[in-house]
Design a protein around this ligand. Structure first.
Ligand code: NAP
Length: 266
């Protein structure tokens, strides 16, 4: 449906674009003609990802930037405006997370996740958003998680921060519609990446248990998320703002009172 070059010559900035879903989204955009900027803290990771993404034939700019530090975020924006003149899309994807019961979570642990996810998303949206206002519009897409509203024991820091990002998505959508800026979110469920395979569902039994809890009975793949991203970047969604697309195989709607009875069993 989507023209294979519909992002030709646009600049898409992706925080956390050096790994996992961010890298996969960067590849999907580059494959449709977009120039890409990826931001993260590790230079070597960004450079290696930039090398891979540039195989699609567009320019890829790796930027060492910690989204928790407003000055670094502003430097990133200034550098990109200097190089390209405008930023067409910002994907706030950078995040940190770890599983910890709320009663054991330290102030540092809370702050580190909230600073990346909630504050970092605002710093980037504010800095890039102002250039979009000046340049006549743009698109912002925030990567959240279904536990922003559905809850998930063990990640009170991340769930609270993602819920804040969802509120930010809707608030900025309402404020910035008049500037032709659309602000939407994507909430992935359990998506298999190198990182999640290593840290979250390392063994086969764990994966099997997870699979049984997902009504579609499969994990998501990075392309499932990238496809929704492409839709939100395209004109097919140009009357959609302040919305969240859930990409979880029915995962959160399948969480119910009768969870003990495996209703998804054949
Ligand atoms: P990931 O591979 O761990 O990606 C996180 C990225 O964020 C890394 O590239 C990391 O790079 C970057 N980052 C972390 N702290 C940063 C900081 N302070 N400044 C700049 N960049 C920073 O995780 P993922 O699984 O692909 O997740 C991507 C997004 O999807 C996240 O927002 C996550 O919450 C969301 N999500 C994922 C899943 C899933 O199942 N995979 C499910 C729900 C939601 P550096 O460490 O080099 O900075």
């Amino acid at each position: 449906m989507l023209d294979s070059t519909f992002l030709k010559d646009r600049l898409v900035v992706i925080t956390g674009g050096g790994t996992g879903l961010g890298k996969s989204m960067a590849e999907a955009c580059a494959a449709r003609g977009a120039h890409i900027a990826i931001a993260g803290r590790r230079k070597d990771v960004l450079e290696s990802a930039a090398h891979d993404i540039s195989k699609h034939g567009t320019t890829v700019t790796p930027i060492t930037c910690d989204v928790r530090i407003p000055e670094q975020v502003q430097n990133m924006t200034d550098m990109l405006i200097g190089k390209y003149g405008r930023i067409d899309a910002l994907i706030n994807n950078a995040a940190g997370n770890f599983i910890c019961p709320a009663e054991n979570l330290s102030v540092n642990g809370w702050n580190s996740v909230v600073n990346i996810v909630l504050n970092g998303t605002f710093y980037c949206s504010s800095s890039v958003g102002k250039t979009m206002i000046k340049n006549g519009g743009g698109t912002i897409i925030n990567i959240v998680a279904t536990y922003a509203w559905a809850s998930e024991p063990g990640v009170v820091h991340s769930a609270s921060a993602k819920a804040g990002v969802l509120a930010m998505t809707r608030t900025l959508a309402a404020e910035w519609a008049k500037y032709h800026i659309r602000v939407n979110a994507i909430a992935p469920g359990a998506i298999r990446t190198e990182g999640t395979d290593k840290n979250l569902w390392g063994d086969e039994n764990q994966r099997e248990r997870m699979n049984r809890r997902i009504p579609m009975r499969r994990f998501g793949q990075p392309d499932d998320v990238s496809n929704s991203l492409l839709f939100l970047l395209s004109d097919y969604s140009n009357y959609i703002t302040g919305e969240v697309i859930t990409v979880d195989g029915g995962g959160w709607v399948g969480k119910g009172t009768y969870e003990m009875v495996d209703v998804t069993k054949d």
